[in-house]
Design a protein around this ligand. Structure first.
Ligand SMILES: Cc1cc2nc3c(=O)[nH]c(=O)nc-3n(C[C@H](O)[C@H](O)[C@H](O)COP(=O)(O)O)c2cc1C
Length: 354
């Protein structure tokens, strides 16, 4: 039998039809988006950092009830309850574990022993080299143009750098939205593309319509990087709220962070001692102060205000620069089919090499 069109190391490793990943996005990548992506032939990834352990379990079961296709779960390796989340992934037979921060060698081994494919997300070559040495099956690299927490190096530089550095499949993320991008990523040596903002802007995403309209209206220049939400570079739409965060003084930021830490504690089901343990893990190896760790609790609550409650006046909208190029809200299935058609057309239109 001839191989499926656009078969790559990613499709082989995970069993998905197309080399496209719908990435884990807090409050956005829930069961509806993930099952729609999976049914469209992409690898849908549930975002679990903003769910309690019980909610994650229920979400995994809901995805399984809506699709037979493989899917993944994104989690924070440094969360105090990461072990419980990993148990759910293993017990429920989830195909892929995706990590926002590099998982430990032991965690990778535990997942791999159970047959789970491990794909950490990284933003720098040395992190890719580290997780590859620890046995990760593939890595997702996110260039600086990508949405959410992000680095400084653009996809066009980071991707070939990581492809050359590691011997495992590399998935390219940051700035992708169409079939040209898929072909370009494959030409760089990637095994597929990961897209966040593009999947957020589909009719299957649960983000309120009025909020999607703000993303659609954004130009490339309306997408900015700020460190004022949680001390780490975070790419999002520039709004009056972001301006005010950048103007507000240290005391106001800390007060807000304390309020948000308290709210997030209730949301995530974490106890105060657990939050302190997570904070200690987060500080480890980084130059973060306790006030920055406290500010980290800002991120989920500010994202929730916009992406779930539609309160863009008091929340933030994480976004890739690519929001400036996106103008419609297709279903996941329309999007994936369109990208594959564009990829075929792009390949045909390339100059004849002979
Ligand atoms: C709204 C939003 C929420 C995100 N939340 C997470 C998250 O919880 N975990 C994670 O690993 N990455 C998260 N990201 C990053 C995405 O998974 C992905 O790497 C990024 O969006 C890729 O860049 P693109 O937006 O240009 O496609 C988020 C991105 C966005 C836009």
């Amino acid at each position: 039998m001839s191989p499926a069109p656009f078969a790559t190391a990613l499709t082989e490793l995970t069993g998905v039809r197309y080399p496209i990943v719908q990435t884990g996005m807090g409050w956005v990548a829930g069961p509806r988006l993930v099952s729609a992506s999976a049914n469209a032939g992409a690898l849908g990834i549930l975002a679990s950092a903003t769910m309690t352990v019980e909610q994650l379990h229920a979400a995994v079961r809901e995805v399984k009830s809506r699709t037979d296709a493989p899917f993944g779960v994104n989690l924070r390796a440094d969360a105090g309850d990461a072990g419980e989340r990993v148990r759910i992934i293993i017990d429920e037979g989830v195909k892929v574990a995706s990590f926002a921060l590099a998982p430990s060698k032991d965690l990778i081994a535990r997942l791999k022993d159970a047959g789970v494919v491990v794909i950490p997300s990284i933003g720098a070559r040395r992190h890719a080299e580290k997780v590859a040495a620890w046995g990760a099956d593939a890595v997702m690299v996110q260039g600086g143009e990508g949405g959410g927490h992000t680095g400084e190096v653009a996809t066009t530089v980071l991707l070939p750098q990581v492809v050359d550095a590691v011997g495992i499949p590399v998935i390219a993320a940051g700035g992708f939205h169409d079939g040209r991008g898929l072909v370009a990523a494959l030409a760089y040596g990637a095994a597929g593309i990961g897209m966040g903002t593009r999947f957020l802007l589909t009719s299957d995403s649960t983000v309120p319509d009025a909020v999607k309209a703000k993303y659609l209206a954004a130009t490339v220049k309306d997408v900015t990087v700020t460190t004022q939400v949680d001390g780490l570079p975070h790419r999002m739409l520039r709004t009056a709220m972001v301006d005010s965060l950048e103007r507000s003084g240290r005391a106001a930021s800390l007060l807000r962070a304390l309020r948000h830490a308290s709210a997030f504690r209730k949301e995530s089901g974490a106890s105060w001692p657990q939050l302190v343990r997570d904070g200690t893990a987060m500080k480890h190896g980084k130059e973060l102060t306790w006030s920055q760790v406290l500010l980290a609790a800002n991120t989920p609550m500010l994202l929730k205000a916009s992406l779930v409650e539609g309160r863009t006046d008091i929340g933030v909208m994480a976004s890739g620069q690519v929001a400036g190029l996106i103008e419609d809200l297709p279903s996941c299935s329309e999007l994936v089919e369109r990208i594959m058609d564009e990829a075929r057309a792009t390949l045909k239109a390339l100059p004849d090499p002979s």
